[in-house]
Design a protein around this ligand. Structure first.
Ligand SMILES: Cc1cc2nc3c(=O)[nH]c(=O)nc-3n(C[C@H](O)[C@H](O)[C@H](O)COP(=O)(O)OP(=O)(O)OC[C@H]3O[C@@H](n4cnc5c(N)ncnc54)[C@H](O)[C@@H]3O)c2cc1C
Length: 295
């Protein structure tokens, strides 16, 4: 599939970027899952012109608007985005390939916590939220990957290149059959279960599950959700700051030509008004850049 502007993220920032880019008559493809948007959990009472509205309803309307203006919505997670000559190549969880002239990053701020005892005190000492950042520290070790979605699958597969054994602990799986096949081919061990405690003092020594089982692991990767903004940006060649924030200028341009970013992924305040404000700027400028107009 070809696009002028590919937008990664179907939250308010990505959808507003899709609306503004599509209105400039360029071909727009927007990817992601609205149910994973932070807004999906919100009841919004502080947005201009709206007294009170449930987040999922705002997202539903936003998707409709983007489609009505001509954007194509692809409800899949992006696993990879790379520069390829003058274009960008985007690969999704079902191996769909999209080639685009400009990219808007609108993946939100993730790093969902597991919220179990041992997690906070062992971050950096065996607990990690980023496999592509920390896999190299676990050569020859046994590690657990916790999560249900595409990021967990990809993290587990990546870790098999470093760790001696990778155990993927999951509740209800929400990944494509394609990702599951890849995990099986990489010899990831699947363990259904509910983690209740990460053990260890100086470093991680084990993971306890609700049914009383204990896994002997030296690393725990918490990967709840889609592939994180930090990993996608790093692979693309952008260096986010240590908190995972992607730097942008007042036109929502990143440090990389034809790459824009908007919303929570660019920092706080994490608010709808800021997300859609930046989404409009990023979408508009990405479309102008493709049309070689001045912004
Ligand atoms: C409980 C709660 C209540 C809130 N209440 C309010 C409020 O009352 N008022 C207010 O102004 N703000 C509120 N917020 C904050 C607001 O929801 C966020 O600031 C806003 O949703 C940010 O929009 P965003 O598009 O940047 O990111 P998000 O809405 O988080 O959307 C991120 C999108 O990126 C996608 N994505 C991530 N990784 C990938 C990937 N690898 N491939 C493809 N897609 C990907 C996700 O699927 C999602 O669609 C609340 C947030 C929460 C959690």
């Amino acid at each position: 599939m070809d696009a002028d502007v590919a937008i990664i993220g179907l939250g308010p920032a990505g959808l507003q970027a899709a609306i503004h880019a599509a209105r400039k008559k360029v071909k727009v493809v927007a990817l992601g899952k609205s149910e994973s948007s932070a807004l999906n959990k919100a009841e919004v009472v502080n947005f201009f012109g709206i007294l009170s509205m449930a987040g999922p309803e705002l997202l539903r309307i936003g998707r409709e608007q983007a489609k009505n203006f001509g954007a194509t919505i692809v409800e899949e997670d992006v696993m990879k985005v790379v520069k390829d000559g003058d274009e960008f190549k985007i690969i999704t969880e079902t191996d769909l390939e999209i080639r685009a002239k400009a990219v808007v990053l609108a993946m939100g701020a993730s790093r969902a916590k597991l919220n179990v005892p041992g997690e906070a005190s062992l971050v950096g000492r065996g607990v990690s939220y980023c496999a592509s950042c920390d896999a190299g520290f676990f050569r020859g070790r046994t590690v657990a990957v916790i999560g249900e979605e595409s990021e967990a699958a990809e993290s587990a597969i990546l870790l098999t290149e470093y760790a001696a054994k990778v155990i993927w602990v999951h509740r209800e799986l929400k990944v494509s059959p394609n990702m599951l096949q890849k995990a099986a081919a990489a010899k990831v061990e699947m363990v259904p279960g509910d983690p209740t405690k990460i053990e260890g003092e100086a470093s991680v020594t084990g993971l306890e599950l609700k049914d009383g089982r204990r896994l002997d692991v030296q690393g725990v990767f918490i990967t709840l959700g889609a592939k994180g903004s930090m990993e996608l940006a790093l692979e693309l060649g952008l260096l986010p700051d240590p908190s995972g924030r992607i730097r942008v200028d007042e036109n929502c341009r990143t440090d990389m030509e034809m790459v824009y970013a908007c919303g929570d992924v660019t920092g706080s305040p994490w608010q709808l008004a800021r997300a859609v404000g930046q989404g409009a700027i990023a979408g508009d400028n990405a479309a102008r850049a493709v049309r070689q107009e001045k912004s």
